[in-house]
Design a protein. Structure first.
Length: 105
């Protein structure tokens, strides 16, 4: 499946979920759950996890658990670089995937 680029995302040619899902790995999901906590993620009532203080998400910068090659390609980078906002979007999306998988029926 071809990589969805940031340009496509910004042009509305793919959704937020389609764009960020391609970079989230199982390792990232595990890392986010370990650092933020399963209970905090599951019990969050805000669709954007804004009821978990931003400082928790900001602390996750510098991880190496994403699909970095795809991220470089999608962002037309020669060297892998994440911004703080990239980091927050990626880690919150990993939390979202975890929460969806662990929904109480």
């Amino acid at each position: 499946m071809p990589i969805k680029t940031r340009s496509q995302y910004l042009a509305g040619e793919c959704t937020y979920n389609e764009y960020y899902s391609q970079f989230v790995t199982e390792s990232l999901i595990k890392y986010v759950v370990k650092c933020i906590g399963s209970e905090k993620i599951i019990n969050s009532t805000d669709e954007h996890f804004n009821d978990i203080p931003l400082q928790y998400w900001d602390r996750l910068i510098g991880f190496n658990y994403t699909n970095g090659g795809a991220f470089k390609e999608a962002n037309n980078q020669t060297q892998l670089r994440y911004t703080l906002s990239d980091n927050v979007c990626l880690t919150k999306h990993a939390a979202r995937i975890y929460k969806e998988r662990n929904k109480q029926s």
